[in-house]
Ligand binder design. Sequence first.
Ligand code: B3K
Ligand code: ZN
Length: 864
Amino acid sequence: PQVIKLKDYQQPNFWAKKTELTFDLNEDHSLVTSKVHYQHNPGHDRTLTLAGLSLELVSVHLDHEDLNLDAMDYSPEHLSLKDLPDTFALTITTKIYPQKNTALEGLYKSNGKFCTQCEPEGFRRITYFLDRPDVMSEYRTTIIADKSKYPILLSNGNPVDSKDLPNNRHQMVWHDPFPKPSYLFALVAGDLGCVEDEFTTKSSRKIKLQIFVEKENLDKCDFAMQAVKDSMKWDEDTYGLEYDLDIFMIVAVSDFNMGAMENKGLNIFNSKYILANPETATDSDFEGIQSVVGHEYFHNWSGNRVTCRDWFQLSLKEGLTVFRDQEFSADMNSRGVKRISDVKVLRNSQFVEDSGPMAHPVRPDSYIEINNFYTSTVYNKGAEVIRMIHTILGKDAFHKGIDTYFNRHDGEAATIEDFVKAMEDSSGASLKQFTHWYHQAGTPRVNAELSHQDNKVILKLQQRLPMTPGQSDKHAQVIPITTSFFAKDGKAVPFLYQGDTKTEHVLIFDQGEQEFVFEGFAEEPIPSLARSFSAPIHLDYQYSDEQLIFLMTWDNDDFNRYEAAQNLAMSLMKKRQQSPSYELPDEVLTAYKSLLASKTLDPRIKARALSFPSIDYLVSLEQEANIEAIFETRSWLQESIGHSCYQELWDAYHQSHKQDSYQLDAEGIGNRELKSVCLSLLLATGKEDSVALATSLFAKSNNMTDTITALNELSHVNDPRRQDAFKSFYDKWSHDQLVIDKWFALQSSSYHDHVLAHVKDLLEHKDFDLLNPNRVYAVLRQFARANPKGFHHSNGEGYQLIADYVLKIDKTNSHIAAMLANSLSQWRRFDKGRQGKMVAQLERIKAAEGLSKDVYEIVSKSLQ
Ligand code: B3K
Ligand code: ZN
């Protein structure tokens, strides 16, 4: 397959100025007529080559001339015309089969509704087009369909006309005044219910808000609607950005490859990120809805008004928009907890990706299939890079930079350089060296050492960037290290640095090795470094367990308090691995007990401090990890804390358990989270009364969060109460697809000894559907990513199962197949036995006939 390179970027030969689309939707096939007004790009060739995918060409008109298809250069993948004039209209009719479209890209049918997904290259499955983000065009879309089956016909922009047609058909015309690239086009047709609301913008314009769902779900849209209004308000208050059209629509669909899509004025969502009420959704589902609704809404500016010149610039819109949604959630809820969650995602997926064969820079240089680059590096590390610019420049200069960026590039397709330039111009700072973050892959390792002399503290930092595929020679990066120091009394010490006295300073660490000197220390302090996770790095500082306990108790940065607890857990696990008779000392147990007993600490921070680093993250830190040992010591830590703090955990559980009242607020959410962590540590002991406690929580729960907490614990237990709970859950919820996804997922991530057999049964279950991404994720991705015990079983059968399904699913949805294949890519991190078994499956996939380029890219790069 062809490798696409950033350095080969060229402007198109023609621009598409106006696009008029007509969709004639039918039960067997649909007809799409596109009339596009092209304009020659001066200095470029006069050949127009349009992209297509699986298209059947019906007719072509150049202005008014009907072209003879036999004499034309076209295939299902392209259509090319030569010697064209300066301006002309090209009218093309294609025949497509949405009902047979299982890739869920382009126009497809899901649950009786037509809908689209065009990013990144789905529009070419609809008609021959300049399907690239730098070609921006004004769209007018006519949709014709049966009136009874599809009473609702939607597209981008504003409705401008509608009428009835013969044979019980009708048509609706939409016009979007904002020029956009084809990837932002959307169409929906179906019999949908609608929840309506209104938002008044800061300039007093009234915006109609509509959420379209299947009629039986109309009672599950309130939370998402509130999130839309909160997002609109937040973007006005924070960045002065106002919504631009008169209507904002969201449609929820049940078959969707990812979370949601920011199509102009018509966002399409995976129903998982819209539908919720306390009976069916957990606290983390609600959090997910708020952040995804925010994310897609914020794209209206960062993505739609200013889009990307080419797909190498993907992080320009995604990194920035993730940063915006993270800040939105932080402002709406607890900032500290949000930061902890975001760093956890970064470590569990981006750090893992960055240490393996798929490691790539935030702005990649090449790809085979762009769909493979919607990665946690582009999204989450991209957001960290934006966050560092914010930290380095400060809030005011950053906001000025954002203003400059939107003013300068509104209506354009921009690059990452454009963004950085706007930040530089409005702040006066140079970000030249900083841009290495965009070009160099790999997670920097920063080593820190502290010494104390007279009145001074000297902090010595060293950075090292590991080699990654295709990149060996690396430059020092600019790393902001937010630093404080604590004295023995638990207070932050005011210190003198560069003429200022303060208790916190952002150090700009931009050389391979650097020393920072601070004054004002009568005695040696304990440093608190990279506070709030000020940079996406691995930080090595040799803290003693005593110092970690100190920071866990006294640090006034929520994140670093959590971080101290994570580091303490890792240090304890390491000690146990080195000496199998090692047991937790009293000081450690006392620290955990007083953490639990604290009257002032946010229960969610307590909960996070008592949850330990994930297996995947621990594996990613090793050269050749001994996964059994990691698994065992991690369980030992949980079990030891469970046993030694049993009473305290039991008490904390009961204090947080407000049986009859359910509140979806900070206090309620905090209590439920702490309760869940306590229950999990209690169950780690295997004691009978802990199992009874989980069983009773399951039986009496009045909300989905508690139910899932209890069922999750019971899923690991080898006891008839496990089967009973799963059966009663299924009987109660079998009508609700999203809830049943949870039922599948919990069984797939269970640490039960027979999990592989259970997963195979689930794959044969009558409700399992290979064509529904949520279901595939619930069973297979959950098994491969959230069940290291089952997936990495030494017999290799977990690997074989995943490979079997990669091959099966590749025939219908290559995107999902590639995502699954990726779970085998980390083989180098494991012992020789597992390596051999993972490689054998990768080889088997690679050798398969008719492999998609999506899967080919993942397996071939994994094997390199
Ligand atoms: N922009 C879309 C992602 C499209 C992914 C295509 N494989 C959703 C988002 O990031 O908001
Ligand atoms: Zn996005």
